[in-house]
Structure formats: structure tokens, C-alpha cells
Design a protein around this ligand. Sequence first.
Ligand SMILES: [Zn+2]
Ligand SMILES: [Zn+2]
Length: 111
Amino acid sequence: MQELSNLRCFRHGVREAVARCPECGRYFCRECITEHEDRVLCAPCLRKLLRPSSVRPFRLGGLIRIIQFSLGVMILWLSFYYLGQALLSLPASFHEGTVWQSGWWEANESE
Ligand SMILES: [Zn+2]
Ligand SMILES: [Zn+2]
């Protein structure tokens, strides 16, 4: 640990470094370094550790959710659109056919 005395704090160039952050590998003075669960970390690394991946992945997750949602809506809309197209392309006799007059749904309900 003799070499530490020659090192300066990463943030305070005039201060002597007392510890090395194991996360970023930089040397820091007593003020910049903090102890957390028997580990000595610098402030930025501690913040990162306490709030793991708080900002970016959240945004990314939200974006993915939005994309998934719009994709779902699009697929739903497309299927309805093609269903409508398919129904329209059916011969008119189908609409006037016995399918709609058989009353199968009424038969079901009367039970
Ligand atoms: Zn660090
Ligand atoms: Zn410092």
C-alpha cells in the first residue's frame, strides 16, 4: 500500500488517495470514497450499485412495451381489416344464405 501515498484522488487532484474503488479502478480520497456492505466504493459507483440500472433499461423497457403494444394493435387491426375484406369478397349469397337464418344461436339459448 506504499504506492497509495503517491496517488491522488481522481476528483481532487491535490488530495492524497486513500483507497481504490474496485468497481472503476480509480483512486479516491477519504471524502470521495464510501463504505458499503464491507466494500469501499466511490460515490458514483455506489450510486450505480444502489440503484442498479435504474434509468436506461427502464426507458428501454418502456419503449419495447410501446413497440409491442403498437405491434399488437397493428396486428389486431390488420386481422380485422383482412377479415372484413374476406367477408366483403364473399359472394352475396353467403350473407343471404341459411347460415344467418338457421337460428343456431337461438337454439343454443333456448336450452
Ligand atoms: Zn468507482
Ligand atoms: Zn476526493
